[in-house]
Design a protein around this ligand. Structure first.
Ligand SMILES: C[S@@+](CC[C@H](N)C(=O)[O-])C[C@H]1O[C@@H](n2cnc3c(N)ncnc32)[C@H](O)[C@@H]1O
Length: 256
């Protein structure tokens, strides 16, 4: 399959983001003591979305600087492979991996169609990686192909209500700004163009089921009471996210 046109657009955005923020933040993220999720860093101990990873083979689709993969390796994962399309992000990930001698592996490939073998992993994860930048009909099929029977998929994305309240530019509002009907692909056309995918919950649920997944858990995340606005991800304020869930996490199991 030729690379879809949105891959080059998103690579450009993530090259810029790496220079502006993610490279500088990587060391703190890699050395973080506990696993947290999303813009407002909600602790995994409160969410409990992850399966045990001890001895498991993990692939992170859209790994960015790969701190999630590093957290899972520290929790006992046997093998962690990070897949990403952006050389700058992978360069940071490789540098961190060397500095902390974590033994992660990396692949510069589109997560919608990797060269990894069938049924080679126990867990596929994505934290705002393939989960929002890839076409769900493609990347979820790819996740299903990569997993062993009974393997699990855990991913995070923005919430549907956040998308519905998000203007084309600027911060989420306290009102619905776009229809949910036919929601699938979003072309952000401000000074940093990016293409994102967001089927509503019921559509995504069906895509999962049609690829052989059963839903195990679904959690909506709010900002903690003491949260303050994020220093870089300004598309949503802490005040907004204390009232409405700005993110959601999914856990699904591939039928054995
Ligand atoms: C927000 S980062 C997520 C990764 C990680 N959790 C982090 O915050 O560093 C998004 C990553 O998805 C990657 N990405 C975008 N489209 C992709 C695709 N088609 N295949 C693989 N990776 C992709 C980008 O290059 C970027 O590094």
């Amino acid at each position: 399959m030729a690379e879809p046109e949105y891959v080059a657009i998103n690579r450009k955005t993530w090259t810029r983001s790496n220079a502006e923020y993610t490279d500088a933040r990587a060391r703190d993220a890699w050395t973080q003591k506990e696993i947290t999720w999303g813009v407002f860093r909600v602790p995994e101990r409160e969410i409990g979305i992850l399966p045990g990873v001890d001895g498991k083979d993990v692939v992170e689709l859209g790994c960015g600087t790969a701190y999630v993969g590093a957290w899972l390796k520290k929790r006992g994962a046997r093998r962690v492979v990070g897949v990403d399309i952006t050389p700058a992000q992978l360069e940071t990930a490789r540098r961190m991996n060397e500095e902390f001698a974590m033994g992660l592996e990396f692949l510069e490939e589109n997560a919608e169609q990797t060269s990894l073998p069938d049924a080679a992993f126990d867990l596929v994860v994505s934290e705002f990686g393939a989960s929002i930048w890839c076409d769900p009909r493609l990347w979820i099929a790819e996740a299903a192909r990569l997993l062993r029977p009974g393997g699990e998929l855990v991913f995070m994305r923005g919430s549907t209500v956040l998308i519905l309240c998000s203007p084309d530019e600027g911060q989420a509002a306290a009102q619905l700004l776009r229809p949910q009907r036919s929601l699938y692909r979003l072309d952000w056309t401000d000074d940093d163009p990016a293409i994102e995918f967001h089927p509503p919950v019921s559509d995504l649920f069906r895509i999962l089921r049609s690829n052989g997944f059963e839903l195990v858990d679904f959690v909506e995340l709010y900002a903690p009471d003491d949260a303050v606005d994020h220093e870089y991800y300004t598309h949503v304020s802490a005040e907004w996210a204390k009232k409405w869930p700005n993110e959601e996490m999914w856990r699904a199991r591939k039928r054995a």
